[in-house]
Structures are given as C-alpha cells and as structure tokens.
Design a protein around this ligand. Structure first.
Ligand SMILES: Cc1ncc(COP(=O)(O)O)c(C=O)c1O
Length: 298
C-alpha cells in the first residue's frame, strides 16, 4: 500500500539489530515521528487542530524536528520555542521546513531554561488564539503512541525480559513498559538518565547530553514503570556511542550509546534472558563531532 503522504509511516517504527545473543536494539530513524504524528492525528480528529492552523511547542530537540516535518507536509504553521543550546544544524533544518524558531536567551530563576521556555510558550499561545500545543511532557498521547512499538517488539521477539532506554519526556519508556508488561508482568524496566536531571531525584544542574534528562518533572514519566535507573554522564555516553558504531556498525545519537551501555551490562549479567535497548535517533555529523571531542578511539 502506498505510504500516507501526510505522514512518515515507514520511518515511525524501528529496525531490529542483534547486538549480543540476548541483546537487541530497536533502532529508530527519528523516534519522535511516532508520538508527534499520533498527537496531531488525535487533535485533527477532535477539532483541536484545524486545517491550516498553528502549532506551538517548546523543544530544543528531535520532537521539534518531527513536528516540523509533519507541519510541512500537512500545511500547518509551526512556532517552536527553544533555547541557546539548540544545535545550529537542527535550527537550520527547522527553519528550512518553515518553522518559526523562537530562542529564549535567559534561564528562569527556578526550572532553568525549561521554565523560561514554558513561559515564552504561554505567551506565544496567547498571541495565537486557537493554536494547538502538543505538549509532549504532559500529553497522554505521547505514552499511548508507543503501543505500536510494543506490538512491533512483541511481533519480532515475543516476550522480552528487560527494556532499557533513556528518559526525557518519559513517553517512550513509560508507554512501552506499560504495554509490554501485559505480555510479561516480570519485565524489568531500566531508565537511563544523566547527572543533574531531576527525573529520578537529582538536583537540577548543567547537563551536556541532549535528549534525556530534564530540569522539571514531566508528567509523562510514570515512575511506577521503572525497576531501576542508571545515570550516564556525557563523556561516557559519547564513548559508548562510538563503541556502538565501531563494534556493531550502528551509527546512532548519544542517547543510543548511553542506553546500550546499560543494556549491555544487564545482558551480560543475565545470559538466559532477552533484553532490548532503545536507540532513538540516527547519528548526525554533530553527534560524531561531540564524540570526537569527548575522547580518543574507544
Ligand atoms: C534523541 C533522543 N533520545 C531520547 C529521548 C527520550 O525520549 P522520551 O522523550 O520519550 O523520554 C529524546 C527525547 O526528546 C531524544 O530526543
């Protein structure tokens, strides 16, 4: 069947890689395409998003890219509130896709840039009455979208024993864990976060890794789904990302390396059990440059 021209169906689901006898990677092109499309479909269906309407969101990462791709093919105006840490190449891509990128220059006194961005978003929404805000941190559809990934995992691997992935908005891990537990109530779920992120109880502070971690607690993190948490710092994640490339030929972004490191550790300790690790995004020139500066050949 031809793909839907208003979506990127063939890019939504991951590809499966075997990294060890009992360890698999669910490797996405751009994981956020799935929840972004799911949220827009729902909003279109119930009239929160009208033809030719405006979408406003705060993001400095890949959710913005997914929204920009969808907004371009569906004919929506898109306003993205971001901060100075946004990658230059990503910003150029968003703008080429027609998005307005509004950069907040200063962090808020509480909640850092995250809060400052939320404040700016509220302003953008009041200036654009009737706009739709997907709100990836609080929208239940973010978690629900991952029913499709859980189905895909079950169809490819059957029952799995351990799910490992990084946590940013919480949608991917909380959603997938929720569905996979129906198949295996004994499932072990390991969240991967980074130092100075509040998600699993650390104090907010400067973080060098993008994609995982947060300065504010996202409502989409369902803590009841997690059995364990590991914190991976930026140099460790970058070295793991290079190792993943060198050993397995998988050229993915920094969060994929962080998750693989933890999943590999679990899989080696549980040889009779099967683990799957999320690899949320393909590598970019930027991610390989970051890994170069983080250390020599791993
Ligand atoms: C590259 C990357 N990896 C992982 C995550 C974490 O996923 P989630 O927001 O579903 O927790 C994100 C979130 O934006 C991301 O951009």
């Amino acid at each position: 069947m031809p793909a839907d021209p208003r979506s990127f169906n063939d890019l939504e689901l991951p590809r499966l890689f075997r990294l060890a006898p009992n360890l698999f990677a669910a490797s996405f092109h751009l994981m956020k395409l799935l929840p972004a499309r799911y949220m827009l479909d729902h909003a279109e269906r119930d009239g929160r998003l009208k033809p030719g309407g405006t979408i406003c969101e705060t993001t400095s990462g890949t959710f913005g890219l997914a929204l920009a791709m969808l907004a371009a093919v569906r004919g929506y105006r898109l306003i993205l509130v971001s901060d100075p840490a946004i990658d230059e190449k990503l910003r150029n891509r968003l703008q080429e896709l027609g998005a307005t990128v509004d950069i907040v220059e200063k962090p808020g006194e509480l909640g850092g840039f995250q809060q400052a961005r939320l404040d700016r978003l509220a302003k953008a929404m009041s200036e654009n009455p009737g706009c739709f805000c997907p709100s990836q941190y609080t929208n239940d559809d973010n978690r629900r979208a991952y029913g499709a990934v859980s189905e895909w995992i079950a169809s490819r691997l059957g029952t799995i024993d351990c799910l490992v992935g990084t946590v940013g908005s919480g949608g991917s891990m909380s959603g997938t864990a929720h569905f996979l537990r129906y198949l295996n109530p004994e499932l072990t779920v390991i969240g991967v976060d980074t130092p100075n992120s509040v998600i699993f109880g650390q104090k907010d502070g400067k973080r060098l890794l993008r994609g995982l971690g947060n300065s504010l607690m996202p409502r989409n993190v369902d803590h009841t789904q997690f059995d364990d948490v590991h914190w991976v710092d930026a140099p460790t994640a970058f070295l793991a990302t290079r190792k993943l490339h060198q050993r397995h030929g998988l050229f993915q972004g920094g969060t994929s390396g962080a998750a693989w490191l933890v999943a590999d550790w679990w899989a080696r300790r549980n040889p009779g059990k099967t683990a799957i690790t999320f690899s949320p995004m393909k590598g970019t020139d930027m991610s390989i440059q970051s890994t170069m500066t983080a250390g020599s050949r791993a």
